[in-house]
Design a protein around this ligand. Sequence first.
Ligand code: TPP
Ligand code: DXP
Ligand code: MG
Length: 629
Amino acid sequence: MGFSFANDVATPLLDQVFVPDDLKSMDQAALCRLAQELRGETLRVVSETGGHLGSSLGVIELTVAIHASFSAPHDTIIWDVSHQCYPHKILTGRRDRMRSLRKKDGLSGFTRRGESPFDPFGAAHSSTSISAGLGFATARDLKGEDGHVVCIIGDGAMSAGMAFEAMNNAGASGRPLIVILNDNDMSISASTGALNRHLSDVRRKAGTNVGNVFENFGFDYRGPVDGHDLDVLVPLLAELRDEKDGPILLHVITRKGAGYAPAEAAEDKYHGVNPFDVTTGKQNKAEAKALSYTRVFADALIAEAETDDRIVAITAAMAAGTGVDRFGAAFPDRTFDVGIAEQHAVTFAAGLAASGMKPFCAIYSTFLQRAYDQIVHDVALQQLPVRFAIDRAGLVGADGPTHAGAFDILYLANLPGFTVMAASDEAELVHMVATAAAHDHGPIAFRYPRGEGTGVPLPIRGEVLPIGRGRIIEQGGQIALLSFGTRLADCLKARRLLALEGISVTVADARFAKPLDTALLAELVDNHSMLVTIEEGATGGFGALVLHHLANCGMLDGRCAVRTLTLPDTFIAQASPEDMYEEAKLTARHIAAAARNGLTVARPNADIRRSARAGQQELPTRLHRAEDR
Ligand SMILES: Cc1ncc(C[n+]2csc(CCOP(=O)(O)OP(=O)(O)O)c2C)c(N)n1
Ligand SMILES: CC(=O)[C@@H](O)[C@H](O)COP(=O)(O)O
Ligand SMILES: [Mg+2]
């Protein structure tokens, strides 16, 4: 089906839509026109804001048909991942706010309960829609209410185990539930796996009753139908709406990026884009000042793999985002994209490690959360040397709280036998890849943030770091700033700010949250009035481990004041990473303020205590007392 749109298409019908019920008065021809206007509006918005364009363009007609056939919010419409929800947001009263999409104080790039009654369930992590939908359907039935529950899930999202857990349960429940499988034969990259092959088979043999995996789950399978043809979709959805016999799966075939030639022609179908020129499709990309951490990771792993054929790389449908695609270009036989299946990815890696391979599991911090039991039960308990390359550590910006890498420090460093590292810059990342490659006696993880590095020169080859050893970057006196991760740069800025006030500061890079560098901790506590730990993680991580250690060694008994700077105990809404770290109070000025304020209440420092213990020995000149400043 061809689409025509112009950037300046008039929107007389869209101008009349404030809530989905405004579609009820439109005939087929008007709905087709509305879809055209909606496609143009979606393009105009995303050309200004950036975001997830391809998937949104692929569901323009489906979104119109759903909102023409059902009555949200009385009917529950749940979008899986919901990166494709921009047309839905435009039709549900948020058109006027769409240019705030993914910005500070703006609309979320995903569905969010607090944002609109038309968003009954938040998303962004994949494959949750059917589980949530069954929850809504079950509550509806228990309360004796009516209303339809419609879940729209992509072929990529359908590849996750959680989706099949939900299908298994929903199919057996017999409850009326409509699952629309939006099959565009794409994930972020090309879809992988046997399900994808099955769906290709079904698409190819459309009309024949090819053995259908979904019917075996107790769903009434319908389709496949053209997901861009409103003349098919609207009457069909009305028909399904009026059937209430049980769960139905409608298989629709769409095209990711549909209706916009630059997107349709792109390999990734413009899955995630920067602001762009609508007429040419050219994205506005700022000149990179340094390689991204992702790129540095990929190249470092390739360098290690060139001399170690036991190294393999695993991604869970994020080949480009993790840089595993670069590794795959170099070592196609040693690269595995398991689909959106983080749980499987981790235990698959455990099996590889148990067989003597060196698996690098490259998974964003936030998505790794999905595989926690596998990390504990299959990797840590068996002390298997799985290497976790944890990208998107810390705050990630426009994707907001659903994608924040906030918890991996605490959820990994509390596991016995785990080694947990954080790179303070991209040179350190190269060393940590080498260290992980050499670490064969237990699980090891290294974390690094989204985006560009600092531009520091990269080592020719990574060096294996001494496990559990940090390093002092700048030696000072009264205050010690101990950083875990890339806040090190802000600590060095804070040191300069404090120096202007005559406050002398030591800055150290912990490198390891586990095992802790206890010798470094003792040195810092003994020789400073104030120790501040800083990490791009939630409370309960690195700082907590430092406090545990100091407390249990009796090193908190008045020798040195300790403060731990972490992400706050809140979910921080999307903004630029800089604005998010400002809100998290983890910038240089906040670090300086915490140190300064702490110093005003610091009790007599270790050197005084120590001299009392050691019988008034001469104090080393470089040590300073709080009251000397
Ligand atoms: C648990 C989890 N893992 C990975 C991702 C990253 N991710 C976002 S969208 C996507 C692909 C989804 O493919 P599909 O469901 O087919 O939707 P499409 O983009 O094709 O519309 C992936 C892997 C995620 N959101 N959640
Ligand atoms: C929707 C989704 O989960 C992914 O597209 C994610 O937004 C990618 O994040 P990055 O842009 O950091 O690779
Ligand atoms: Mg898809």
